[in-house]
Each structure stands twice: as C-alpha cells, then as structure tokens.
Design a binder for this molecule. Structure first.
Ligand code: NAI
Length: 331
C-alpha cells in the first residue's frame, strides 16, 4: 500500500473548504488508491465550525482517509505537508478599500509562507485559491525562498473549466470533447479567456472552435465577459461563492500537476512568469501549461494576434499594479 500523502487545506471551515475536503478524502484529487491525511487550518473564531467538519469527516468513514489534523495553529497545520491548498484569506467586505483587503492578505500570506517554509515536507506543492489569488501566491513565494518557485501556483483552473463549459453549452457538445482553451493572466475580471487554439472533437476529427462557432462577435464579446464575470454571477444566484466548482477545479489542478496532463492537452495554471509571451517576469500569471513527472511547463510557440496581445498586456498591467500595492503594504 502507498504511504499517505498529507494535504493541507487552509480556510477549511469555509464554503470551499467544506466542498473540498470530502473530495480529497474520496480520492478525487490524488486518486482512488492514494491514502491521505488531511490537515485543516482555520482561525480561532471558526474553531468550532472546523471541529464540526472534522466530526463529519469521521462520520463519513472514508476508506482513504488515514487521519485528520484540525487546528488553528499554523505550525501544527503545516507540519510535514506534501500538498498545501491555501483557501483561507480575508474577504473584501462592503466599504473596504482595496488596499485594506490587500494589506490583510499580505500579512496572512507572509506568515503562512514562513510556516510552510519551516515545516512543510521538502518539495511541497502549493496551490493558492484565496483572492487576490495571484498576488497572494506571489507574496507566499517571496517569503518562502527555500520552496522552489516552480512549486508555488494559483488557481485559474476554475476559469479554464468555465470556458470549456461555455463552449460546450454553445455548441451542444460534450465538455470532455472540448480542449485547449487558455486563461491568461489574473484570476480577476481582467483575465483573458482565449479560444484561438481550442478544439472540439467531432465525428470528422478535431476542429478549431473558431471554425465551429461562426459568430466571432460572441467569441470576442459575450463569451469572454461571461467567463470573466461568472464568479459574480454565481454569488448573485447562490448568495455564496462558487464553492463546488472551485473545489472541483482545485482537485483538477493538483491531479494534473501530480499525475500529468494527457498527451496533446494543456490546462491553465497561475505560475511564476519567466517572461514567456513577453509577460513580465516575476508575476504569478496564468499560462497554458502541460505537466509531466510532477512539473509544469509553459506551452511555447503559440501565435498571439493583436486582439489577444492587448488582452495579455492589460491583465499583466493589473498584476503589476497589485504587486506594487502588495509591496506598499509590506513597507
Ligand atoms: P469563506 O469565507 O467561506 O471561507 C474562508 C475561510 O478562511 C473562513 O473559514 C475563514 O475563517 C478562513 N480564514 C480567514 N483567515 C484565515 C487565516 N489567516 N488562516 C486560515 N484560515 C483563515 O470563503 P470561500 O467562499 O470558501 O472562499 C475562500 C477564498 O477563495 C476567497 O478568497 C474567495 O475569494 C476565493 N475564491 C477563489 C476562486 C478561484 O478560482 N481562485 C474561486 C472562488 C473563490
């Protein structure tokens, strides 16, 4: 039998946490033959709720779940973890300035970076979900210098999956037959969902989406807006964030990273930019990536037209501004 993998979920008493921990315990993230030990962190006001989640995990009698650590102590939470899914953060509340929210999250991610650096297993893989996801991941990277930068990522897979979903609905095709959309940039409303290289499997072979969706106005307008605004639409409808789909996409992100992407398929991940596609180096930016042997690499050589170039630049500018704001909070 395999040794259990220790998976940390921060903010585990929250909405996404509640959807995510049973998926991990069922093997959705790491596979149906991989035992897991869940580490759940939240803050003291949520300690009782966190304990309730732990009680339910016991009650669900998951065969793969070999242990649960539920704690408000960040050091205990990080001890020996192989995978860290960072969902905890400070939400923007009505009337709060952007800078105030940034400042709260910068201080959370700075201290959690130090705890991970000191206590996580070597080669721990980190996925930041909490917003502002890209910039929280960047702060985590800056304050955990001994964790390889390749191990620190943020979640844009939900946006990627939303784009697949929109195309599948529009064309009335199976979502599993749609592939190679790209989310570029920030997990925010400036992200660029790009279908230029995306394809659909049809009975006549693989076809470009642009060939099948004749309506360029839809692809260049409504499609992009729908994906960009989907999070807000879910909050409006449900009064809560998109917890189910965020949790499921977080599992997709980690699974593909660990197990590898299928031949000929790429996915979107927020990763540390090396300057590919003229995106400024030193930002956490969402790129198309393939994964193999537990490592991602940015898909190279895709053509970028003027329409796309503009959108890649715009979301990069927003990330540079966020980075500057985050640094001003540290000063
Ligand atoms: P929530 O408010 O239900 O849960 C957040 C949890 O984090 C709460 O239990 C809170 O007590 C905890 N928390 C706060 N500070 C913490 C700290 N310092 N350490 C550990 N835990 C802490 O929020 P929800 O709906 O679960 O969303 C979580 C985050 O994910 C939010 O920032 C949200 O904006 C973001 N999100 C990101 C998505 C993505 O695709 N990247 C998609 C949907 C949400």
């Amino acid at each position: 039998a395999k040794d259990p993998v220790r998976v940390l979920v921060t903010g585990a008493a929250g909405q996404i946490g509640y959807a995510l921990v049973p998926m991990i315990a069922r093997g959705v993230m790491l596979g149906a033959d991989q035992p897991v030990i869940l580490h759940m962190l939240d803050i003291p006001p949520a300690a009782e709720a966190l304990n309730g989640v732990k009680m339910e995990l016991v009650d669900a009698a998951f065969p793969l779940l070999k242990g649960v650590v539920a704690t408000t102590d960040v050091v205990e939470a990080c001890k020996g973890v192989h995978i860290a899914v960072m969902v905890g953060g400070f939400p923007r509340k009505e009337g709060m300035e952007r800078k105030d929210v940034m400042s709260k999250n910068v201080s959370i991610y700075k201290s959690q970076a130090s705890a991970l650096e000191a206590h996580a297993a070597a080669n721990c893989k980190v996925l930041v979900v909490a917003n502002p996801a890209n910039t929280n991941a960047l702060i985590l990277k800056e304050f955990a210098p001994s964790i390889p930068e390749k191990n620190i990522t943020c979640l844009t897979r939900l946006d990627h999956n939303r784009a697949l979903g929109q195309v599948s609905e529009r064309l009335s095709v199976q979502v599993s037959d749609v592939k190679n959309v790209i989310i570029w940039g920030n997990h925010s409303s400036t992200q660029y969902p790009d279908v230029t290289h995306a394809t659909v499997k049809t009975s006549a072979g693989e076809k470009a989406i642009r060939e099948l969706v004749a309506d360029d106005a839809w692809l260049n307008g409504e499609f992009i807006c729908t994906v960009q605004q989907r999070g807000a639409a879910i909050i409006k409808a449900r009064k809560f964030s998109s917890a189910l789909s965020a949790a499921s996409s977080a599992c997709d992100h980690i699974r593909d990273w660990v197990v590898g992407t299928p031949e000929g398929t790429w996915v979107s991940m927020g990763v540390y930019s090396d300057g590919s596609y003229d995106v400024p180096a030193g930002l956490i930016y969402s790129f198309p990536v393939t994964c193999k042997n537990g490592e991602w690499s940015i898909v190279q050589g895709l053509s970028i037209d003027d329409f796309s170039r503009n959108k890649l630049n715009k979301t990069a500018e927003e990330l540079s501004e966020e980075k500057a704001l985050a640094y001003s909070c540290l000063a």
